[in-house]
Design a protein around this ligand. Structure first.
Ligand code: ADP
Ligand code: MG
Length: 835
C-alpha cells in the first residue's frame, strides 16, 4: 500500500461554532428560541441500549423495550423543548425547526405532536431516501412500543417508500419518501389524511422537497383553490440540519402576505357590493325552491343569472354564504356581524375552535435546537490526491491498525461503482492481515440496494470485528448508524447536472459543499469523540462552496412540471418555488412533455400524461411503459423487464484482467443481442428468471451481479403489480407470456423492433446518427457522443442509435444503447395524443 497520507500533517480541531449564530430576522416573529445544552461527556445512550434496539431475536416485550428506550429519549437535546414545539404549532400554522443532526428531530417531533389536541389525523414525515424512512419508522415503532407497519393492523407507525408500502389501519405516524407524498397528492390534493406534514432534511433541497414545499404552502396559506378544501387547518413542520431558516420563513410568509393582500382587496370590493346590494333585492327567481344557496336571510338571486355565471371557484368563503356573479362577490348573508366577516378564508374552523385565529396572528414560528455533538478531530491531506479510492484504502487500514476498537469506519464515496470497487480492494487487503488483528466487515450502502441489504449496516458486528461502511451521500444526514467513530470523507459526490445545449441530464462527480463536509464530519461525533480524515487539503475545504445548489436549478424540469400539471397546477410559472428556475428551462421542460404526449397543445395534461404521472419513474421511462400498455399491452411484460434492469446500475460486472474479460464475453455471448443493450437486458432477465437450479452460480459464471439481479427481479415484480393496479396490465390470470413458448432467449425480430419503437416514444430526444467519419452526433444539439465501453454495441457502427443514459466524464458517453433506424425516430415523434 502507498505511504501514509496523514503522517505528520497539520492537525486541526474544529469546534462547532458554526451552529451557534441563529440570527434573528427582523421581519420574522421568532417566538421560540430554544437552546438545549451540549452534553460533552458521559453520553447518555450507552452502547448496549443502542444495540439492544437492533437485536432481532429474544423477542423482548415491546412495551418493556419502549420503556427502556424512554430513558434514551429523555436524554435527547430536543426532549426539553417538547412543550415549546407543541405550543408553537398550537399558535402557528408553520414551524421551521432547525437542529443539529442527532438532536432528535426526526424521531421525536412526530411523537411530541401526537399529543396535541388538534392532531386527530395522521402525521406524515417525509424523507429524501427510502432507507431513512424505513429505519426511522422502525426506530419510532420501537420507542412507541408498537409493531411496525403492515405486520399488524394495530401498528401505530408505518412507512411508505417506492415499491414498498407498510402501513396499517391504526397508523398515526407515517414515514414516507418525498416521492411518495407527491404521489399521495394525486389522490388527495388537500392531504386530508393528515393533521400535520413534517418535511425533514429540507436543507438538501432536492427537487421533490421544493415541490412539496410549494404544494404545502398553497394548502396552508389558502393559495390553492378548488373543490374539496380541508375543514381543519393543515399544520406544517419544516426540519433542517442547518441553521439557515430565513429563506424558508420568507417563503411561507410571502404566501401568507399574498393571501392577506388578496383578502383586503376582496374586502374592499365587497364593501362596494354591499352598497349596491339594494339593486338586487326583490327580484325573485324561478329556481328559488331548488337553490341550496337560499337561506332565510339570503338575498334572492336574479332569475336571469344562469348557473354558468355562478362561479364558486375563486370564492373566498364558505359556499353557503357567498356567490360570485359576473366576477363580483355577492354576500348572501349580509347581516352577519363585521367581526365574523373578518374570519380567514382558509379552512373554516368547523364552528367552535379557538385555536384557529384570524389572519393577524402569527403564521410562522421558528425554533432552534442545539445538538449534542462530541468533538471531532479533523485531518487534511498535505497534497491533493488524484486517486481518492487509493487514498481511502490507505486511510481505512491506517485507522484499522492505529485506532482502538470499538469504533467503526464510515467512508463517503461517490456512487455504487466506487463503493463496490473499494469494497473489493479492502476485502482483498484484509485477507492479508495478521491473524491477531481484528477482522474487517465491509458493508456497502447506496440507494440502489434493497431495504434488506441496507438494513445490514445497522446491525452490530459480531466478535472481534470492525465494521467499515462504504456509503454514498445517503449516509450524510438522516441516518443514525450506531458505532461510527471514524469518518473518511473523499470530498466528492455524484450530483445531477443538466446540459443545456443538449437538453440532457447526467450525473457528474462533483466536489461537495462545506456544509456537506461538516455533516459528514459530524457522523463521527455522535456517541463519543471521533476523528475525520478529509481526503483533500485544508485549502480545498476553504475553496468549497458554502452550500450546495438546489437540485431544481441543475436538473431537467420535465419531471417536476409533470408533477405540477398532474396535480392541477396549470400556471406553472407562478407555482411557489423557493428558487424559481429560469424561464427557458421551464419552457424546454414543457416542450419535452409535449413531445412525449404528456401535454396537449394547449398545455393541459393528457390522458397519457395522467397515466405517466402515476408511475414512480422518470417521464421518459413512464412514457415507454404507457406506450407498451397500448394495443392490449402486448409487449409490456418485456418492457417491464427492461425497465427493471435499467433501474439497477452495473448489472454486468467488469472483470479486472483481460483473460477474465474474455471469459465473461464468452459466457455472456448467448445473452448478447446485436440490437443493443436493451434487448440484451431482456434476454438476461428472461434467462435468469428461467434458471431454477442455481441462480447465484448462473450469475457468477457470466460475471453478472447476483445482488443486482435480485433487485431487478424485485423491481420487476413491483412494476408488474403497479401496472396491474393502474389497469395497464391485465390481472395475473390473463397475462400473456408469448415468447416463453419459444424459450426465453428467442424474442423475434418483429417483437424486438416493436419494443425498441416503444422506447423511442420516451427517448426520441436521446438519439444520435452515424457521421461519415464514423463518430456519432446527437439529433438535438448536434453534439458528439460516443458509445460507452460497457455497451454491447461498443465499437460497432449502426445507422442511428438511441440511448437511455448520458454520462459525461472526460467525454460524452451514451449508455444503454440500441441500434435504431432513422425512420423510426421520425415515427416516434408523430402520433402523440392530442386531446
Ligand atoms: P435528528 O433527526 O435530529 O438527526 P434523530 O431523531 O434521527 O435525530 O435521532 C436522535 C437519536 O435517536 C440518535 O442520536 C440516536 O441516539 C437515536 N436513534 C435514532 N435512530 C436510531 C436507530 N436506528 N438506532 C439507534 N438509535 C437511534
Ligand atoms: Mg433527522
Amino acid at each position: 500500500m502507498a505511504s501514509e497520507p496523514f503522517r505528520g500533517q497539520k492537525r486541526k480541531r474544529e469546534h462547532h461554532h458554526h451552529h451557534s449564530k441563529g440570527g434573528t430576522n427582523p421581519h420574522v416573529n421568532v417566538i421560540q428560541k430554544l437552546d438545549g445544552k451540549i452534553t460533552t461527556q458521559g453520553g447518555p445512550q450507552s452502547k448496549s441500549t443502542l444495540q439492544e434496539s437492533h437485536s432481532k431475536g429474544g423477542r423482548i416485550n415491546q412495551r418493556e423495550k419502549a420503556k427502556s428506550l424512554q430513558a434514551v429519549r429523555e436524554q435527547l437535546p430536543i426532549w426539553r423543548s417538547r412543550k415549546d414545539i407543541r405550543e408553537a404549532l398550537d399558535q402557528n400554522d408553520v414551524l421551521i425547526l432547525s437542529g443539529e443532526t442527532g438532536s432528535g428531530k426526526s424521531t421525536q417531533v412526530p411523537q411530541f405532536l401526537l399529543e396535541s389536541q388538534w392532531c386527530k389525523g395522521q402525521i406524515a414525515i417525509t424523507q429524501p431516501r427510502r432507507v431513512a424512512a424505513i429505519s426511522l419508522a422502525r426506530r419510532v415503532a420501537a420507542e412507541m412500543g408498537t409493531t411496525l407497519g403492515s405486520s399488524s393492523p394495530a401498528s401505530r407507525v408505518g412507512y411508505s417508500v417506492r415499491f414498498d408500502n407498510s402501513t396499517s389501519p391504526a397508523m398515526r405516524v407515517k414515514y414516507l419518501t418525498e416521492g411518495m407524498l407527491l404521489q399521495e397528492l394525486l389522490r388527495d390534493p388537500w392531504l386530508k389524511n393528515y393533521s400535520i406534514v413534517v418535511v425533514d432534511e429540507v436543507h438538501e433541497r432536492s427537487i421533490n422537497v421544493d415541490l412539496i414545499l410549494g404544494f404545502l404552502r398553497r394548502i396552508v396559506t389558502g393559495e390553492a383553490q378548488g373543490e374539496g378544501k380541508r375543514e381543519k387547518r393543515l399544520k406544517v413542520v419544516i426540519m433542517s440540519a442547518t441553521v439557515d431558516v430565513e429563506s424558508f420563513v420568507e417563503f411561507f410568509q410571502t404566501g401568507f402576505r399574498k393571501i392577506e393582500e388578496q383578502q383586503k382587496q376582496e374586502a374592499a370590493d365587497e364593501e362596494e357590493d354591499n352598497y349596491s346590494e339594494s339593486s338586487w333585492s326583490g327580484i325573485s327567481t324561478s329556481e328559488d325552491e331548488k337553490a341550496p344557496l337560499q337561506k332565510d336571510n339570503s338575498i334572492p338571486v336574479n332569475g336571469n343569472v344562469t348557473k354558468a355565471l355562478l362561479r364558486f371557484k375563486n370564492k373566498p368563503r364558505d359556499k353557503s354564504d357567498y356567490i360570485t356573479i359576473n366576477g363580483k362577490v355577492i354576500n348572501l348573508v349580509p347581516d352577519r356581524s363585521k367581526s365574523q366577516q373578518k374570519e380567514p378564508c382558509l379552512g373554516q374552523p368547523n364552528g367552535q375552535n379557538e385555536e384557529y385565529r384570524t389572519l393577524d396572528t402569527k403564521h410562522v414560528a421558528t425554533c432552534f435546537i442545539k445538538g449534542r455533538q462530541y468533538p471531532v478531530q479533523v485531518f487534511y491531506m498535505p497534497e491533493p490526491t488524484n486517486d481518492f479510492l487509493e487514498s481511502s484504502l490507505t486511510a481505512v487500514f491506517q485507522i484499522h491498525y492505529g485506532e482502538p476498537l470499538p469504533g467503526d469506519i464510515l467512508v463517503f464515496l461517490t456512487g455504487q461503482d466506487t463503493v463496490e470497487a473499494l469494497q473489493k480492494s479492502v476485502e482483498d487487503h484484509a485477507t492479508g492481515m495478521a491473524p491477531e488483528m481484528p477482522k474487517i466487515l465491509v458493508l456497502p450502502l447506496f440507494a440502489a440496494l434493497s431495504p434488506a441489504q441496507q438494513a445490514q449496516v445497522f446491525l452490530p458486528a459480531h466478535g472481534y470485528t470492525r465494521k467499515v461502511i462504504l456509503a454514498t451521500n445517503i449516509a450524510e444526514t438522516s441516518l443514525t448508524i450506531p458505532g461510527i467513530r471514524y469518518v473518511i470523507d473523499t470530498g466528492k459526490a455524484k450530483a445531477k447536472h443538466f446540459h443545456n445545449g443538449l437538453g440532457l441530464e447526467s450525473l457528474l462527480v462533483k466536489t461537495i459543499s462545506q456544509s456537506s463536509a461538516i455533516q459528514r464530519k459530524g457522523r463521527a461525533g455522535r456517541e463519543m469523540p471521533g476523528k475525520c480524515w478529509r481526503l483533500y487539503t485544508e485549502q480545498g475545504y476553504q475553496e468549497m462552496e458554502k452550500t450546495g445548489q438546489p437540485e431544481i436549478l441543475r436538473c431537467d424540469l420535465s419531471s417536476a412540471l409533470l408533477v405540477m400539471k398532474a396535480r392541477g397546477v396549470d400556471d406553472v410559472i407562478n407555482f411557489p418555488l423557493m428558487n424559481p428556475p429560469r424561464r427557458d428551462g421551464i419552457e424546454n421542460g414543457l416542450l419535452h412533455l409535449l413531445t412525449l404526449g404528456a401535454l396537449t397543445e394547449r398545455g393541459v395534461i393528457s390522458s397519457i400524461g395522467i397515466q405517466m404521472s402515476r408511475l414512480p419513474l422518470l417521464p421518459s421511462l413512464a412514457r415507454v411503459i404507457v406506450e407498451g400498455a397500448r394495443n392490449d399491452g402486448e409487449y409490456l411484460l418485456e418492457i417491464i423487464d427492461i425497465v427493471a434492469a435499467l433501474t439497477v446500475e452495473n448489472l454486468f460486472l467488469n472483470p479486472a484482467t483481460e483473460e477474465k474479460r474474455e471469459e465473461a464475453d464468452t459466457a455472456r455471448a448467448e445473452l448478447t443481442r446485436r440490437q443493443g443493450d436493451l434487448l440484451t437486458f431482456l434476454a438476461t432477465v428472461r434467462s435468469y428468471a428461467a434458471e431454477n437450479a442455481n441462480r447465484k452460480a448462473w450469475t457468477e459464471k457470466r460475471y453478472i451481479s447476483h445482488r443486482g439481479m435480485q433487485n431487478v427481479m424485485n423491481v420487476r415484480k413491483q412494476l408488474r403489480s403497479l401496472c396491474q393496479q393502474q389497469k395497464l396490465l391485465p390481472p395475473s390470470s390473463s397475462l400473456k407470456f408469448h415468447d416463453y413458448d419459444e424459450g426465453p432467449l428467442n424474442v423475434s425480430e418483429d417483437i424486438s423492433t416493436s419494443i425498441l419503437k416503444c422506447f423511442l416514444k420516451g427517448f426520441h430526444a436521446n438519439t444520435a446518427r452515424l457521421m461519415p467519419d464514423g463518430s456519432y452526433k446527437t439529433f438535438v444539439g448536434n453534439h458528439a457522443v460516443a458509445i460507452h465501453p460497457s455497451s454491447v454495441l461498443f465499437g460497432k457502427k449502426v445507422e442511428a442509435l438511441m440511448f437511455v443514459q448520458f454520462v459525461f466524464t472526460n467525454k460524452s458517453y451514451a449508455r444503454g444503447v440500441s441500434a435504431v433506424q432513422l425512420n423510426w425516430i421520425g415515427d416516434a415523434l408523430d402520433g402523440g395524443e392530442i386531446a
